[in-house]
Design a binder for this molecule. Sequence first.
Ligand SMILES: [Zn+2]
Length: 413
Amino acid sequence: MEFAFASYDEFLEEYKIYRLDECRKCKGRCELVENDITCIIENRSLHFNTLLVLRCKKCGAIYLPEYSKQMINYAYKTAVKKNQIIGVFHSKEYKKKFDYCKDTDFDYDYKDYYNIPGLRYDDEHSVEGFLTPVYFEKGALVYFLAVPEYEVQIFSDSYGYFAHKDSSGMYQYDWNVPFGFNTNGKLVMWLGDISYMDDKTRAILKGFNVSSDHLLIDSEFYQAQMKCIFSEPITEYKILLNKKTFIANINEKYSIDISHLTDECQQQEKKVKRPVVYSETEVTEVINAYDKILIEGFDVSKMKELYEVMYSSNERDKSYTSWKSIKLIEAILNKLAISIHNMDIASVMSPLYVLHDYRNLLDHLLSIDKISEKKEHIINTLGVQNFDDQKTIYNEEIKRLNILFNYLAILSR
Ligand SMILES: [Zn+2]
């Protein structure tokens, strides 16, 4: 790729323009990528074997980001000083380190901080480098998901938070930082946020640290963090988002579409909202909508197909062909969670059985004995004293559904 400027002044004109993450030509999103760049200024030809540029993902247009222009400017001045017409510049091994996490030597690229639009124009933090992206293998999240003192919550396809619970019980968290996934499946967190973590967590994270691939802009994480276009949805809605993410992940990984009755699910989603007075009718309506979406909203035959892909013929349960949604989800989760040794599958799966009990309660032909039996089962499962305490039942059920679908969304990645 070649950039030609008739004069140094013309280059300075370009230097003044701050290139944004949005393509000026087609409004597509640009990502930072390494490119072989020749920059001609007047009669001097400056060649960079790897220079970071902003490339539009839609139309391919290439723009020079701020720090790369600074490098070109420096190279031009050097060429003038040395009276060179042709200059060749190789990327140096120099790795600038910011004043964050000095004790843990995280691998990151300081050039990302200076080149990715917006990151260095951060008014909130006085020490330079806070919003430097640090990249990790996604396995880090799976690791922390399995340790009870941490909380990992994903609330969209690729954006969530990672927190350490406060052991003193004074606060909810010792620290709580956002994370995202880039389009390459890498986990990303800000260097400054990582500095809030305790030494032990940082040491564990270090083991998952990988070099920057510079991809960040086309992620919900960056878009939300830079533009505040996204706020954390209420738990009720998070569950629905995570169900969709789970289905999308499975489809991408196994080419099996396990969604079912999509239109019906959309209708039911309108009924999902946080109850106001927590009457039995109000709670039952929301719970029943969840039953339609989270149990009937899965295609049983497609899930059996997935089960057969995940389990070899000698691993399969003898009676799996007669299984319905819940058993199949349980088996799928079991397989996905293979690296998590201490997961209490029965407890994680329990909210789906509660949905099932609620569904039976709505069956008007049920005898009085059966009704009290179902109610008893619901309160025992959720650890609630009394069926009349609908608010506690509801909150516990939502909390557990959130845990389950959070697992499914993260582990299926
Ligand atoms: Zn474009």
